[in-house]
Write a protein that binds this ligand. Structure first.
Ligand code: ZN
Length: 469
């Protein structure tokens, strides 16, 4: 028995050495990406460092010794501490999902797509990248043995079955007339940099973010990177002209930051930190964007009292061709179009040659929009040109999570009342207790069930859009 314990201790010690090296490399890469987007550091040098680090990661993950250690832990959960067991499971999954070793041919094909996508965007012409995308998909399907869309979808979004996805999009398609029926009220109030500073100070205070461990970059893109509970960085779009857009998009990033800051401190620098899944992370950000940032009381307070600027608005009858600018009601239609096209492509029913035409036809048919050029159409999202197929549905699943969480939270508190007294601590405590603190310890389905006492139920989302089902 004592001997067994000593062997296990040795395994854990070795596990931690590998794990720490991996985490260091991941942080290094994240930090380089942060520098690339927030400073004028030479992008050549940064990308050299990233590439070298990626190679070291691959080497670590391919190490037979490391894999044996992981197997030993995963196959003998009783012999190890639960945290170590969970971490080993997470790393194992990561290795399975990520270390598909691209062949040189596939690697080159993808690089060509990425490069020519940038070029195509500059020239506003899909034709430039089209042949490269065609070649890439052909090699990808063959090398990865993909026969249909479903096989990719089930790997990408673990939280929902392909059948649920099919049903969800069927509902969305059936409800298109309802989703485009109403005129959208768009609020618009001009805001200056000083206004944005004021709003940001107010929001950080409102959502109880710890300022001491938060770095904010005022740039022209919105995103978050995290190095554990005491070092979270967000970039916010300070080029934004519309105060209301600034409020909602900032709330989105603050939501991501809250998730990270709310993790269990003991999980810092381990694979247990972070989120149950990227979709769950997105769900929390969407929650803050939709239910805090878009809250009418909050917007009225910021506009009338904080900035002393009257709320202006106009009505727009026309949907936008751009996904990220779409209204909450139109949004699922944008995703439906992408879903139908990528499904067609990977099921072998659509050719790359046809997709720009089909894109235009679907925008006309579903949203009544004439797409004027490639940038406004098929080139607007980078996903397909970065090998991110079957990723779009996760945006809808994230919304479904957010709606289900909202339904549960409404049982315990009233967000409007909390906004009236400028105090969201009950909401933050609930989310911390039920979601954030677990980091990546539980998978998304398990965590959702634990926190809402129910499996994923997309009806909350469909109901929030007042759709028929
Ligand atoms: Zn996000």
């Amino acid at each position: 028995m004592r001997e067994r314990n000593m062997i296990n201790e040795k395994i854990v010690k070795e596990f931690k050495i590998f794990r720490n090296k991996l985490i260091e490399e991941i942080y290094l890469q994240q930090y380089m990406e942060w520098l690339a987007l927030t400073t004028s550091s030479s992008s050549d040098i940064l990308s050299d460092i990233i590439v070298a680090s990626t190679e070291r990661v691959k080497k670590l993950e391919c190490s037979q010794k490391f894999r044996n250690i992981l197997d030993e832990i995963v196959n003998n959960p009783m012999n190890f501490d639960n945290d170590i067991y969970c971490e080993a499971k997470i790393i194992n999954k990561r290795i399975k999902d990520n270390t598909k070793i691209y062949s040189r041919q596939l690697c080159n094909a993808l690089l060509n797509v990425k490069r020519n996508y940038i070029l195509a965007k500059q020239k506003n012409d899909f034709q430039i990248v089209k042949p490269f995308l065609q070649t890439f998909i052909k090699i990808k399907l063959k090398e990865e043995g993909i026969s249909n869309y479903e096989s990719i979808l089930s790997k990408k979004i673990v939280e929902i079955s392909s059948q649920q996805v099919t049903e969800l999009f069927k509902s969305i398609k059936y409800n298109i007339p309802l989703l485009i029926a109403t005129e959208e009220k768009v609020k618009y109030t001009n805001c200056s940099k000083e206004d944005m500073d004021k709003i940001l100070d107010y929001l950080i205070d409102l959502v109880n973010l710890n300022e001491r461990s938060l770095e904010i970059y005022k740039g022209d893109e919105s995103f978050m990177v995290s190095f554990g509970t005491n070092d979270v960085k967000i970039s916010l779009n300070y080029k934004e002209k519309n105060m209301f857009e600034f409020v909602t998009k900032s709330c989105h990033e603050l939501g991501h930051a809250l998730y990270e800051q709310g993790n269990n401190k003991n999980h810092n620098r381990t694979f247990l930190s972070g989120a149950a899944s990227t979709t769950m992370h997105e769900a929390i950000a969407i929650f803050y964007e939709k239910f805090i940032g878009k809250n009418n009381l909050l917007q009225a307070f910021i506009s009338n009292e904080l900035l002393d600027k009257p709320e202006c608005f106009y009505f727009t009858p026309a949907p936008t061709p751009i996904r990220i600018n779409a209204s909450e009601k139109n949004y699922p239609i944008h995703i439906l179009i992408r879903y139908e096209i990528e499904k067609g492509l990977l099921d072998g029913e659509l050719k790359v040659n046809e997709i720009e035409k089909i894109w235009k036809e679907k925008y006309k048919e579903y949203l009544g929009i004439d797409i004027k050029n490639s940038n406004e159409g098929i080139l607007q999202d980078p996903h397909w040109f970065n090998d991110k197929f079957a990723y779009f549905p996760s945006y809808i699943v994230g919304r479904a999570y957010a709606a289900q969480l909202k339904n549960e939270i409404d049982k315990f508190m009233a967000i409007d009342e909390m906004i009236k007294i400028n105090d969201l601590s009950s909401l933050n405590n609930w989310l911390k207790e039920n979601i954030y603190q677990y980091g990546a310890q539980y998978g998304p389905s398990e965590l959702l069930k634990k926190s809402t006492k129910e499996e994923l139920n997309c009806n909350y989302y469909l109901d929030s859009l007042h759709l028929e089902r």
